[in-house]
Design a protein around this ligand. Structure first.
Ligand SMILES: *Cc1c(COP(=O)(O)O)cnc(C)c1O
Length: 496
């Protein structure tokens, strides 16, 4: 039987994979989930021989069951090509006894490229399959990395427009420059006077605004989402965990069926959820270690069973994790409730209303695969400095949060299981924080001087993505208040 998708808030309405990708979010406000997690139907020996692209096909075809072989392979070929600066796409690097899964070799040097280089192709294929003639308008809220990766993915893709909202004072200077220099007739970038959660809530409100949807329809437009709630982002992210496990096996680093830990610097809970799905497909993952920065709402949740977003929002050196509402967590909540859409809806309503919910003791028991902890700003900086001094390998602040949390886990458990740390951004994207962590003296330097100094210290070539923006022209300068977001969208689409 073909796998279908249903909403976390209503089990009865099932849609195909292509419909779920097109819609992004279900009409009832829920997230699309596969009605079961398929088991991998190939052995680790077979996986060990596969390229990244072959692994991607093997994993994704089990979820995207209404895509033909040609369609899916076409999407994969267009996504994982020369835009990546290594043929391995997601290489594993060992430093200090830990394996770093480098997910930053794509066009925008952050892990968002892993999914956003394929999403536009999945989406336009899905539109064709469903006889959609409307132009698709991608609305995205970004904490920094999604925005640029989505812009790069969708720029000049026919039949689409992309509008990105980012917190004006909540992203790194390089992240901002990457976005506001984006080329492409169909790209729009807006800084909002607010934080990421406000941007995300604003986008979600537009998605569920039925009046707005009608107005768009009349003009020949429809919204879709490139945010990590789209199943077309989640599924491609499962691939690299399968690929990394098979690579460790191929390289003789682990024995057959040997379990490993996966450590993920977490914000919206998409990346770690993909690892959880990989585990449920049959990859032997022992613990899923969820690493937070000082916005430690997830750590508190794993500790207490209570999710409480009512707290101060902290701007940290790992801005892509400065999030208090981890949208993808809803999929896990649904899972641990035993697919209880009523319970999940009740909890999500409480979150939207009072900003807090508490799961039942039985649901808590189902969380045993997870370990949560967090790293302070100081601990994050220390992790960068220590690893650099010990091994010469330089990691970005997001990855450093994960490294620091992994050290806490090791100290607490003495567990010798091997671990993969998801390395989610190139240090070149957060040069100032990285260089300051290594030595405070660097703070006196200009952004691009720091880039060259980092290249020298780490003995790594400056990535193309950075070279490109050195002298790029600023093409976007829109700013707005949170409540003006719908007006901005209408303006860009030439509506009144
Ligand atoms: C988006 C992002 C994260 C957080 O990933 P989620 O899937 O939202 O949990 C971590 N690090 C970097 C660099 C990111 O861009």
């Amino acid at each position: 039987m073909d796998l279908l998708f249903s909403s976390t808030r209503n089990y009865s309405e099932k849609v195909t994979a292509s419909q779920a990708i097109l819609k992004g979010l279900s009409d009832d406000g829920g997230l699309f989930v596969p009605d079961r997690i398929p088991k991998l139907d190939v052995s680790v020996e077979e996986l060990a021989k596969m390229s990244y692209q072959e692994t991607a096909y093997t994993v994704m075809r089990q979820f995207l069951t209404d895509f033909t072989e040609d369609e899916l392979k076409g999407c994969i070929e267009k996504a994982y090509d020369k835009k990546f600066d290594t043929e391995q796409i997601a290489p594993l690097v060992e430093a200090g006894g830990v394996h770093y899964l480098e997910l930053f070799h794509g066009a925008t040097i952050a892990f968002k490229d892993m999914a956003l280089s394929i999403l536009p192709h999945l989406l336009t294929t899905a539109a064709k399959k469903n006889q959609i003639s409307n132009e698709i308008v991608i609305l995205t809220a970004t904490s920094g990395d999604t925005g640029k990766a989505a812009l790069a993915g969708f720029a000049d893709v026919k039949g689409t427009k992309i509008i990105v909202f980012y917190p004006k004072n909540g992203v790194s200077p390089i992240q901002e420059k990457q976005m506001i220099t984006q080329k492409g007739e169909n790209t729009y970038v807006v800084g909002i006077h607010g934080n990421f959660d406000q941007a995300q809530t604003g986008v979600k409100q537009m998605f569920s605004d039925k009046e707005l949807a009608k107005e768009l329809e009349l003009e020949g437009y429809q919204f879709s989402s490139a945010n990590s709630i789209n199943i077309g982002r989640l599924v491609p992210q499962i691939v690299y965990y399968v690929y990394a496990y098979a690579k460790l096996f191929a390289d003789g680093k682990i024995k057959k069926e040997e379990a490993i830990h996966v450590v993920v610097p977490t914000g919206n809970f998409g990346n770690i959820l993909a690892a959880f799905y990989a585990k449920n497909m049959g990859i032997p993952i022992a613990k899923l270690i969820c690493a937070s920065n000082e916005n430690k709402v997830l750590y508190d949740f794993f500790e207490t069973g209570k999710y409480d977003k009512n707290r101060e929002f902290v701007l940290t050196s790992s801005p892509s994790m400065d999030i208090l509402i981890s949208s993808n967590l809803e999929r896990l909540i649904y899972w641990i409730s035993g697919n209880d859409t009523k319970k999940n809806t009740e909890l999500m309503k409480a979150l939207a209303g009072q900003g807090v919910y508490e799961i039942t003791p039985k649901m808590r028991e189902a969380l045993q695969d997870f370990y949560g902890n967090y790293a302070s700003e100081q601990e994050t900086a220390k992790a960068i400095k220590n690893l650099y001094e010990k091994t010469g390998y330089i990691i970005d602040p997001h990855t450093a949060v994960a490294k620091s949390v992994y050290e806490k886990y090791e100290a607490a458990t003495n567990d010798q299981t091997k671990a993969i740390i998801a390395s989610t951004a190139s240090p070149f994207k957060f040069t100032r924080s990285v260089m300051n962590a290594i030595d405070k003296k660097y703070d006196a330097m200009e952004d691009f001087e720091l880039v060259d100094e980092l290249s020298r210290l780490g003995n790594v070539k400056v990535p193309n993505a950075i070279e490109e923006i050195r002298n790029a022209e600023i093409l976007h300068d829109h700013l707005c208040e949170v409540d003006q977001m719908p007006q901005m969208v209408k303006k860009f689409l030439g509506m009144k």
